[in-house]
Design a binder for this molecule. Structure first.
Ligand code: BES
Ligand code: MN
Ligand code: ZN
Length: 489
């Protein structure tokens, strides 16, 4: 992420794309630029019914009228603050990728330099595109240089660390998205473990993988049950980051179901289509751990990823099976498609045993019910600790990502009652995101501060939206890293 500050007027800046934010009143810097188009710019915007709606975009080829080759007019929705500008930046970054723009100038008049860097971070994040299987001729390069135009002071006013942090955050978010977008044929438990081992190159980081037999020996009954229906052996991945002078110790747990067919409770084809995204939680916590370690944040982190493929092979686990977890809880399998919670349980039990851990946060594409409740833009937050909710909500807000608390309503435990075991792995149709959270709570040690993020909606978008192309979004990667940074004090 190469960034340069410049003060050139809009009609002088040389770039592949010039981005100008415009509100519903269609005034501001755009009016000065309009003179270079003999009034044609505003006339055209009106003709195209451009109303300045948040994230709406009109792209013009400038054909030599100004040095910038393309002009993006992006709607702010009337907001003038940071949040509106963040959407503008992300939207512009996304559109710049479809053009394959190399240099993009963002008009940021009077914006403080540190804010400008954060807006460029949003734009660079929006510039992501997964193209591994696109035909060569359709591929585009990411932006190589961002120009912050008209920012209040010079780049020298921004600490080097701020620039590096923005770059590192965008890089690991993209890394995480690449894993989620990868087809299940490429990304299966062992190859996910191989990608996780990349974190071992960072200072203070070690990576340990329990293979399927080791998981069996250690009593990871969820990983074994869900994983045994697949030819691809499951595993438990653990990434440990131990900085010098750690001020706190956090554990992450991420659902690593590299493909969810539903198992014998088979999903219909439509519901299965995008289930390569079911390791989104794993990619999220691994990406966040990458940011924390690369930035040298003084907080110890242990990240656990139970990785399995949920398939229907001859050994597949069956309805009515009962799992006996190492913490003593027995679980009757009432639906093999509620597999995520079963493998997360193994990891939560282990995370609780790590000496010194103050807080556990898990991330999982856990329930369709959470998507019904909150849609694609909000992650569901469940926690047994109010201050932890405040911390996580604060980190998400600061990152511009949607997070919304839902209740861990204890009376719904009734739905998890089983005739044959302590609990079963599904409740009724109603409150499904909550009963999934309550299920997980059975595997969190008493007194442990814990939060569960259900990212089933935001992790992966079937269709492109204002800020994201179709596919993985990397939502919560940067929010979770920011949460850890804030714990460093
Ligand atoms: N991986 C799915 C949840 C999911 C749904 C993720 C949509 C992303 C988008 C999970 O394993 C699942 O199948 N959940 C079931 C639970 C049910 C059987 C209680 C669901 O949501 O239908
Ligand atoms: Mn499932
Ligand atoms: Zn699943």
């Amino acid at each position: 992420m190469n960034i340069r500050f410049a003060t050139d007027p809009l009609d002088k800046v040389a770039a592949d794309v010039l981005v100008v934010a415009v509100g519903p009143t269609l005034d501001g810097p755009i009016t000065a630029l309009d003179a270079r188009f003999e009034g044609g710019l505003l006339a055209e915007l009106r003709a195209r019914k451009f109303k300045g709606a948040e994230g709406s975009l009109v792209s013009f080829a400038t054909l030599g009228r100004i040095p910038a080759r393309h002009l993006f007019v992006v709607g702010t929705g009337g907001g003038t603050g940071f949040d509106a500008m963040r959407v503008v930046a992300a939207r512009a970054g996304k559109e710049a990728r479809t053009l394959g723009a190399g240099t993009v100038a963002l008009s940021l008049p009077g914006v403080a330099p540190e804010i400008a860097v954060q807006l460029v971070e949003s734009a660079a994040s929006g510039n992501y595109l997964y193209q591994r299987y696109r035909p060569e001729e359709d591929r585009s390069n990411p932006v190589s240089e961002w120009i912050a135009l008209g920012t209040a002071q010079t780049l020298a006013a921004v600490p080097e660390a701020t620039l590096k942090a923005a770059d590192v955050r965008v890089k690991w978010q993209g890394w995480s998205r690449d894993l989620v977008n990868a087809p299940a044929a490429d990304l299966y438990p062992e190859s996910l473990a191989a990608r996780a081992r990349e974190l071992g190159a960072l200072p203070g980081v070690t990576v340990e993988v329990w293979d399927f037999e080791r998981c069996r020996a250690e009593g990871c009954v969820g990983i074994i049950a869900v994983g045994q229906g697949s030819q691809r052996p499951g595993c438990l991945i653990r990434v440990s980051y131990r900085p010098e002078g750690a001020k706190d110790h956090v554990a992450f747990v991420g659902k690593g179901v590299t493909f969810d067919s539903g198992g014998l409770s088979l999903k219909p084809s439509d519901g299965m289509m995008t289930m390569r995204c079911d390791m989104g939680g794993a990619a999220t916590v691994l990406g966040a751990t990458g940011i924390v370690a690369e930035l040298g944040v003084p907080v110890a982190v242990d990240t656990f990823v139970p990785a399995v493929e949920n398939m229907t092979g001859g050994l597949a686990y069956k309805l009515g099976d009962v799992l006996r977890y190492s913490n003593g809880v027995t679980v009757e399998i009432a639906n093999t498609d509620a597999e995520g919670r079963l493998v997360l349980a193994d990891a939560l039990i282990r995370a609780c045993k790590v000496q010194g851990v103050s807080t556990i946060v898990d991330a999982a594409t856990l329930t369709g019910a959470c998507v019904v409740a909150l849609g694609d833009d909000y992650t569901g937050l469940f926690t047994n600790d109010d201050p932890l909710a405040t911390e996580l909500l604060g980190a998400a807000t600061a990152t511009g990502e949607g997070l919304w608390r839902l209740p861990l309503h204890a009376p719904y435990n009734e739905q998890l009652k089983s005739e044959f075991a302590q609990i079963k792995n599904v409740g009724s149709r109603y409150g499904g995101a909550i009963t999934a959270g309550l299920f997980l709570k059975h595997f969190v040690a008493d007194g442990m501060r814990w939060a569960h993020l259900d990212i089933a909606g935001p992790a992966f978008h079937d269709k492109g939206s204002v800020r994201y192309p179709a596919g993985a979004t990397g939502e919560m990667v940067r929010s979770l890293a920011s949460f850890v940074e804030r714990r460093a004090g």
